[in-house]
Write a protein of this length. Structure first.
Lengths: 319, 333
């Protein structure tokens, strides 16, 4: 087990290295120059002395050949230094530390909220197959999968924010400052993040339960005279959760991808918002750091998912 | 004398897209206390569905549409399939073990969890007692060092061992009847023999009756007291084991016997039954075996499906117009 985790982590390092390569070189393929974009926002470049601009290039290390830039970046990374943001003129590590908790707060709440309802709804739909409950669940879950997040977000803002005025339309408040207000701010973003997850989990769970329910060992369970509750909870549930775990592992990735849209719509100062801003400003350093952190989180959560398989399915051995 | 279990005119139909499939169409049989009977027929003849109907374990689109299943004097088909009374019988009074030992045990639960749950449910044992009893049962069915292995998962056992576990599970609550549906089909031949021996030994010890469902006449020859031969959802011949083997009277039974190797006919070719089992939707009015029958007469073609009729021999009945005992034995290759 331990050697398995170590091996997976080593592979993770290889993947992260590949991510650094791709991110570093691909963003530099884009036309444009981050420093010029930054300067152009603040002053007239043409009137700026040449030496001043050159000094800035040197300060950010952008005057060096690209391979040297890459080596410098990786070397600094290994020392724990994520670099200096061009637009924010700040250490990127500090920028991330401010924004990562926000994204995790919104994202993980969305993730947790999507777990139980999806599993439960799918289970009920499968156990009452072809009943009206099943039909309603099917319609709602297909709708949930099909609705684009940005559209849902604007509908929610219009209905609950502008018309009913129940919820704040945008912004973020830390739960340590004002828990109640923070939660009110969280409701709509969390709905947007969790709804597709709930819908997809419900679909997957339904078909998984149906498949398990027709297995021989479930017939054995019925033949023992167990009540429906016992058959479902002991014999069907655990087996049918196995494919769901895979889905959940992938959802963690979606949360960070989805946070880009949700954070921008609801003006939440998280990593997704930072990423979009940095892409427009071509702030290389921030984009690189952002991609790197997401890669690390996704690799770790996938490892966690793979380990949790072993708990659900004793047939899985880690060696 | 009152029968322990008497099934009368049982009908289980499946409403399929291709029409009504009469999987079990008027089957009657009985089992006495501590008796071993065999139900024999090829795949799809309705023998498994018959037994599942007795347990009321028929899933949609199947439905028990008629008949009675009288167990200990009461018609248990009157009980709701998931009601309290039926559940007390299922697993408690009538237990069933299935064909596929590889898939009939839950892969994510330990043997202890799977054995104990019946004991706790039917015999109201607590956890520790159930565990002790489960170990005891595993020892009885010949699992080596059961104390150590009771917390193992099914995939850590071979097919034969798993079927032993299934037998232990079936007998755990001391049922009056054990239904074994193709208990040895998925196993290799030496294991088959051991398991049959074990199973009959165990039902004797537990004073249970045993219904062996199989497609292999050889399996029941040694142990069953009486045999029912099924074809296309109906019983076509019934009688004592001896009668069936010595004086088979239905062409299908004769076909079955000719297609199994026998020690007294070494060197002869096995003769398969020509043709395929019929499609159970849209069955003709005449005898279902007619298209494959080597003895068919003009009467068979023009008459409806024959009824079971008494023939000489104890309890021997056959569903055939032709008196095969009078047709010369030469035709039986």
């Amino acid at each position: 087990m331990l050697s398995y985790i170590v091996r997976r982590l080593l592979w993770g390092l290889v993947i992260i290295w590949l991510v650094t390569l791709i991110v570093f070189f691909v963003i530099r393929l884009l036309p444009g120059d981050p420093l010029l974009i930054y300067l152009a926002q603040n002053q007239d470049i043409n009137s700026m002395p040449r030496e001043q601009i050159d000094a800035l290039y040197r300060e950010y290390g952008l005057d060096k050949p690209i391979l040297v830039q890459y080596a410098n970046w990786v070397f600094n990374l290994l020392r724990g230094d994520l670099g200096l943001s061009i637009t924010y003129r700040q250490n990127v590590g500090k920028l991330m530390l401010e924004r990562l908790p926000v994204t995790l707060h919104v994202g993980m709440t969305g993730f947790i909220v999507s777990l139980v309802p999806g599993v439960l709804v799918g289970l009920i739909a499968a156990m009452r197959r072809a009943s009206w409950i099943d039909n309603v669940v099917t319609i709602i879950s297909y709708t949930g999968i099909a609705i684009p997040v940005f559209w849902l977000a604007y509908i929610l803002i219009y209905v609950f924010g502008l018309r009913l005025k129940w919820l704040p339309i945008a912004g973020y408040v830390s739960p340590f400052e004002d828990f109640w207000l923070s939660t009110k701010h969280l409701i709509m973003p969390v709905i947007c993040i969790s709804l597709p997850g709930i819908a997809a989990t419900a679909r997957q769970m339904r078909s998984s339960v149906l498949e398990i329910a027709s297995q021989d060992y479930v017939r054995t369970a019925w033949s023992k005279g167990l009540a429906e509750k016992a058959v479902v909870c002991r014999h069907i549930l655990k087996n049918s959760l196995i494919p769901i775990i895979t889905l959940l592992g992938m959802r963690i990735g979606f949360i960070f991808g989805g946070s880009v849209i949700v954070e921008n719509i609801f003006a939440i100062p998280g990593m997704g918002r930072l990423l979009v801003g940095s892409i427009f400003a071509q702030d290389y350093v921030v984009i690189q750091a952002n991609a790197l952190i997401m890669a690390v989180i996704i690799i770790l959560s996938n490892l966690l998912v793979d380990i949790s398989y072993g708990w659900f399915d004793p047939r899985i051995r880690y060696d | 004398m009152e029968r322990l279990l008497e099934v009368k005119d049982l009908k289980t139909y499946f409403n399929t897209d291709d029409g009504l499939l009469k999987a079990v169409d008027g089957v009657s049989f009985y089992v006495d206390e501590q008796e071993i009977i065999g139900v024999v027929g090829e795949s799809g003849c309705g023998k498994t569905v018959t037994q599942l109907s007795v347990m009321q374990l028929i899933a949609r689109p199947g439905k028990i549409v008629g008949g009675e299943v009288i167990f200990e004097g009461r018609d248990i088909l009157k009980y709701k399939p998931h009601g309290e009374e039926m559940r007390a019988i299922r697993g408690g009074k009538i237990a069933m073990i299935f064909q596929e030992p590889m898939t009939s045990l839950n892969p994510v639960l330990t043997l202890n969890q799977q054995l104990s749950e019946s004991l706790m449910l039917h015999l109201k044992m607590n956890k520790e007692d159930a565990r002790k009893r489960a170990i005891e049962l595993l020892r009885l069915v010949g699992i080596p060092s059961p104390e150590a292995r009771i917390d193992d998962y099914p995939h850590q056992f071979s097919g034969g061992m798993r079927q032993r576990v299934m037998i232990a599970m079936g007998l755990s609550c001391n049922p009056k009847i054990l239904i074994a549906d193709e208990p040895t089909t998925a196993l290799d031949v030496t294991t088959q023999a051991q398991l049959l021996e074990l199973m009959t030994e165990m039902v004797e010890r537990f004073r249970s009756s045993l219904i062996i469902v199989t497609h292999n006449l050889g399996v029941v020859a040694r142990y069953a007291k009486r045999i029912y031969i099924m074809y296309a959802g109906k019983i076509v011949e019934e009688g004592t084991c001896k009668e069936i083997f010595k004086h088979p009277r239905h062409p299908y039974t004769i076909g079955l016997l000719n297609s199994v190797p026998r020690l007294d006919t070494v060197g002869k070719r096995l003769v398969p039954i020509e043709g395929l089992p019929p499609n159970l939707t849209n069955m003709p009015d005449y005898c279902a075996f007619l298209p494959r029958c080597p003895y068919k007469t003009e009467k068979c073609r023009t008459s409806p499906m024959p009824d079971l009729r008494d023939v000489p021999g104890e309890g021997h009945r056959v569903r055939c117009y032709v008196d095969i005992a009078e047709v010369d034995n030469v035709t039986v290759k």
